[in-house]
Ligand binder design. Structure first.
Ligand code: SF4
Length: 341
């Protein structure tokens, strides 16, 4: 498979279904958002508004503008108002979803779980905010290799596309723990479980020490912010056990690099992306196809799979890849919510 860039959601996509990841990340077919995932995005957005309010307050401003909402809010915006604004925004953006009072209450409950944590530890208004929605796009350059990794692809018109493989993502929230040495990354998860989709088991704190997303974001943080030595990495599961925090230091960089390199090399070596459909080994996961994958309903899974069998992955990718889509960044960490919903 081609890897023009690595995102945490690409890794999650491969664990979920390699063929689906191929359709999305190589061919550039659009991934449609499901309603559950959108409710998670909505809670993220409300938390983002609160974090931006706190950041503006720290900078002695009285108000701040949220471009996505298209509005200026006072720094004193309450959590209820932030949720209402985010709710209204999602309803405007996704009018096709069956928004109901019960859904609003779900989102309210998840948000209250986060904000109500003892000592307000995960309430952005009570933290020293360092950055909100921090986007990164850095070259994939491992410390034991001379150059950054490259990708290249010849499209159906014979035009060559190439570049550095990039590591990309958006970090929801960074809060200072110790301004001279330690920053905390916080990501809110709203899925019902902490399930590892590749094993079916619920993740524990020990699993999070080896978690791809946490190591990947930690690695990016070490590149972006040389001033910090210690990184607290927190996933807050609003419906599935609250906060899980692991601590990494620069000594963990080789471990992160090993993890990223392994994913990269394994993905590059895939010539027949595995499907769930028709795969006896994964028959228990058929619900992912019939209930959660629009490529099943649209028939795109079947038609592309048949064609790929005939042509091989190189020719198939050449024929169908939407180069503009697969080499560009099309979203933030929110896509990850979908995999955990
Ligand atoms: S229908 Fe199933 S096998 Fe096909 S891409 Fe979707 S999840 Fe994968």
């Amino acid at each position: 498979m081609l890897v023009p860039y690595i995102r945490s959601s690409f890794y999650g996509g491969i664990q979920w279904c390699p063929f689906k990841a191929y359709l999305e990340y190589n061919l550039g077919l659009p991934n449609t958002e499901n309603f559950k995932a959108r409710k998670g995005t909505l809670v993220h957005k409300a938390m983002e508004i609160l974090a931006k309010a706190k950041l503006a307050q720290q900078e002695n401003q009285e108000a701040f503008t949220d471009e996505e909402c298209g509005k200026t809010f006072p720094c004193s915006i309450s959590s209820e108002e932030a949720l209402q604004e985010s709710w209204d925004l999602s309803k405007r953006q996704k009018p096709e979803f069956p928004w109901s009072d019960a859904d609003f209450k779900d989102c309210q409950k998840w948000m209250n779980n986060i904000l109500g944590h003892p000592m307000g530890l995960y309430d952005p208004r009570k933290r020293d905010i360092f950055a909100v929605e921090r986007f990164f796009d850095i070259p994939c350059h491992f410390s034991d290799e001379k150059e950054s990794r490259k990708w290249s692809f010849v499209d159906r018109e014979g035009k060559e596309h190439s570049g550095e493989i990039r590591l990309r993502g958006t970090m929801d929230l960074l809060a200072l723990v110790d301004a001279s040495n330690c920053v905390e990354y916080i990501d809110y998860k709203t899925g019902k479980s902490r399930q590892d989709w590749s094993t079916g088991k619920e993740k524990t704190l020990d699993d999070f020490k080896e978690d791809f997303q946490l190591l990947f974001y930690f690695y990016a943080l070490t590149k972006i912010y040389p001033q910090f030595d210690v990184f607290l990495m927190t996933l807050y599961f609003a419906q599935a056990g609250g906060p899980f925090t692991v601590m990494f230091s620069r000594e963990d960089i080789p471990k992160a690099e090993k993890k990223i390199k392994k994913f990269l090399d394994n993905t590059l070596s895939i010539t027949k992306p595995e499907r769930i459909l028709g795969n006896p080994r994964r028959s228990k996961e058929l619900f992912k196809c019939t209930r959660l994958c629009h490529f099943y309903e649209s028939g795109e899974c079947e038609s592309h799979y048949k064609e790929l069998q005939q042509l091989g992955i190189l020719e198939h990718t050449k024929r169908h890849a939407n180069v503009a889509a697969f080499s560009s960044y099309t979203g933030g960490g929110k896509t990850d919510v979908q995999c955990n919903a």
